[in-house]
Design a protein around this ligand. Structure first.
Ligand code: CP
Length: 310
């Protein structure tokens, strides 16, 4: 299995075997992140992080991953300080990443932008989130988290909750879970339900799938609650946002009747959909999940830049 030079644009570009291989390499990265071991495997390599949209976890964990393996980082997190403000196109910006760095991580508000960018780059392009499209590296860290929290991905009943219409993390995750033997429930108000094509794709894959708007009922039987934020920035009409803004909330009362080994995940940032008092519950895995992002991104950078794990 050779990832050297490969673009990571959509989770649908990866087979189950490839996903499992990346998760294995990510597991091997733990001592290099936790400080037990040191590697300079990416010494001399440069990663460009081009973030046209805000980010805390994706950008910083990619940068941490690069530094942990001895590499360097260039890039921007605010386009107001770049020539994008003078009208430079995405294609030309990407050409500069291609010239100055060995790989580019791109976050952009337009769906399909990472696929487009890959056409203008001879170096690997990694999609750090393209509008309401895909977020493949988030999905890999989500799968890594399910595996490390539950021991296995197969066999779990996974409920995806919240903004399933605009949420790129849940689009990517639903597509990836089709490789596994899981039961899925999509929990959202009608106007924010999963796009029809994703629902049809999951059903065609043969997975057991329920679609509903009752979080309480699903929380009692699920093994994993994957909660997402209602994304205000994706709504054209703020009144439409207000109607659904506080529709779901995971709090201690909701957790009372859930399984003892329930795992609560969230790609973060959260706003009001998980009460802060839930953070101290062992069921709350979302900060461990965010930390796993460094391991998975170390694995991806190692693989696309060198072709071999550590
Ligand atoms: N989960 C995630 O993509 O977080 P950021 O927007 O902070 O990168």
């Amino acid at each position: 299995m050779n990832f050297k030079g490969r673009n990571i644009v959509s989770i649908t570009d990866l087979s189950r075997e490839e996903i499992e291989y990346i998760l294995k390499v990510a597991k091997d990265m733990r001592p290099f992140h936790d400080g037990g071991k040191v590697s300079k495997s990416l010494e001399g390599k440069i990663l460009a992080t081009f973030f046209f949209e805000p980010s805390t976890r994706t950008r910083l964990s990619f940068e941490t991953a690069m530094f942990r393996l001895g590499g360097n980082v260039i890039g921007f997190s605010d386009i107001s300080a770049t020539s994008v403000k003078k009208g430079e196109t995405l294609a030309d910006t990407i050409r500069m990443g291609d010239a100055y760095a060995d790989a580019v991580v791109l976050r952009h508000p337009n769906e399909g932008s990472a696929r487009l960018a890959a056409q203008f780059s001879t170096k690997p392009v990694i999609n750090g989130g393209d509008g309401a499209g895909q977020h493949p590296t988030q999905t890999l860290l989500d799968l890594f988290t399910i595996q490390s929290e539950k021991g296995n991905i197969d066999g779990n009943h996974i409920a995806l909750v919240g903004d399933l219409k605009y949420g790129r993390t849940v689009h990517s995750l639903a597509e990836a879970l089709m490789h596994f033997d899981v039961k899925l429930t999509f929990v959202a108000p009608k106007q924010l339900q999963m796009p029809k094509e994703v629902v049809e794709h999951v059903r065609a894959s043969g997975l057991e799938l329920d679609v509903c708007d009752d979080l309480g009922k699903v929380a009692d039987v699920a093994d994993i609650l994957y909660v997402t934020r209602i994304q205000k920035e994706r709504f054209v009409d703020v009144e439409e946002y207000r109607k659904v803004a506080n529709i779901f909330r995971v709090d201690m009362e909701l957790l009372e009747s859930t399984k003892d080994d329930l795992v609560i995940m969230h790609p973060l940032p959260r706003v009001d959909e998980i009460a802060p008092e839930v953070d101290k519950s062992q069921k709350a895995a979302y900060f461990r999940q965010a930390n796993n992002g460094v391991l998975v991104r170390m694995a991806l950078l190692q693989l696309v830049l060198t072709g071999v794990g550590l």
